[in-house]
Design a protein around this ligand. Structure first.
Ligand code: NAD
Ligand code: WQD
Length: 339
């Protein structure tokens, strides 16, 4: 039987590395392209340690069309999973051009190469950020977009729109996965999220505070209209998320797509508040977490969680790991880091 080849851009990053592990375990041939702008080379060795298999690795920039073209000429790629992008919402407000350049030029290059090299399709990393503060909860794929507050959010909305138009006129398929809040780490604690500097996101902030690297967690507002006044999010384990990419690849390879470009919410469907995360962290790890209530963070939505029934029905994918698994694995990963 032919071994299908999946090219993964950003494959040494947080979500990419977990997806590469699942792809290798499932028997795919994997090519990783990463410029290490937000990842470390040692993650490649860790992937090999977990899977006992070796992906082909190119340290290249996806925005470099000539370098990428060589890779596509050398290997017959069946599907591309395109993770490579910058992802800091705050930084994108300060440096919007950098975000438009990296996130959009990389996508346009990938689309050109898919077209030129008869690749079957693309899985694109979209985000719940496209919904902003959703008008309806849970958010379904039909919930309208809100005007993006950041350049980052705008690149995800534009990315989906580009895919819709390009795929309508082309012979390949695209599947955009709208991730909700990815957290957690691999059960081996060999790969996980590697935030640079002081983290912006809740989970690494929680684990670094519990570890004593940071003095205190600030809860951004407790006067929202939610059960305990703090914001609600749909946290999803990164390994469940990785598996959603395999489901999307299978759908493309098996020619099951119903339209040229499809979108799916990828979450658990369950909303959890910030205070519930703190309580669950303390109960799961036995560590008490120093925290205070602070002001609201500008731009934060009150509550965001997903209706994932479309993914369950069409991708045959459903999240299986719970909040305890997310906390345990993030904590084990934090404890494995010696800096
Ligand atoms: P990450 O920063 O850990 O991974 C991205 C990887 O892409 C990094 O290894 C980085 O070095 C690489 N990269 C960036 N630009 C590149 C380029 N031009 N050429 C080659 N490599 C490049 O981020 P992540 O959390 O794994 O996110 C992966 C994708 O998922 C991104 O597109 C992100 O926008 C999207 N996403 C992330 C989240 C989240 O909360 N983590 C949520 C929704 C969507
Ligand atoms: C979660 C909750 C905060 C830190 C971001 C991006 C989104 C997507 C996922 C890429 C919120 C609260 C946080 C802290 C806190 N990424 N919080 N104290 O903002 O839901 O989503 O990551 O696509 O686009 O915006 O995630 O982890 O930053 O925050 O109280 O120190 O935790 O207010 O309610 P967010 P987050």
């Amino acid at each position: 039987m032919k071994q299908e080849t999946v090219l993964v851009t950003g494959g040494l990053g947080y979500i990419g590395s977990h997806t590469v592990v699942e792809l290798l375990k499932a028997g795919y041939q994997v090519i990783v392209v990463d410029n290490l702008s937000n990842s470390e080379h040692f993650i490649l060795d860790r992937i090999i340690r977990i899977t006992q298999k070796e992906p082909i690795f190119y340290q290249d920039d996806v925005c470099d069309l000539a370098a990428m073209s060589k890779i596509f000429k050398k290997h017959q790629v069946d599907v591309v999973i395109h993770f490579a992008a910058f992802k800091s919402v705050g930084e994108s407000v300060e440096k919007p051009l950098l975000y438009y350049q990296n996130n959009l030029i990389s996508l346009l290059n990938i689309l050109q190469l898919i077209q030129e090299n008869s690749v079957k399709g693309l899985v694109f990393s979209s985000s719940a950020t496209v919904y902003g503060e959703p008008d309806e909860l849970p958010a379904t794929e039909e919930t309208p977009f809100k005007k993006a507050l950041s350049a980052y959010g705008s690149t995800k909305q534009m990315g989906e729109e580009i895919l819709e138009k390009v795929c309508d006129a082309a012979s390949f398929h695209a599947i955009s996965l709208r991730y909700f809040n990815p957290v957690g780490a691999h059960e081996t604690a060999l790969i996980g999220e590697l935030p640079k500097g002081i983290p912006n996101n809740l989970f690494p902030y929680v684990t670094q505070t519990a570890k004593g690297k940071l003095a205190m967690l600030t809860v951004f507002g407790d006067d929202y209209n939610t059960v305990d006044g703090t914001c609600v999010r749909d946290y999803i384990h990164v390994v469940d998320l990785a598996k959603a990419h395999l489901a999307a690849c299978r759908r493309i390879i098996n020619q099951e797509c119903q339209s040229s470009s499809e979108v799916y919410n990828i979450g658990t469907g369950k909303g959890t508040t910030v205070l519930e995360i703190i309580k669950q962290f303390e109960a799961t790890t036995g560590k008490s977490l120093t925290h205070q209530i602070g002001a609201r963070r500008p731009g934060d939505a009150e509550a965001v969680y997903a209706d994932c029934s479309k993914a369950e029905k069409e991708l045959l994918w459903k999240a299986t790991l719970n909040l305890k698994d997310m906390i345990q694995s993030s904590w084990a990963w934090e404890n494995s880091l010696n800096h």
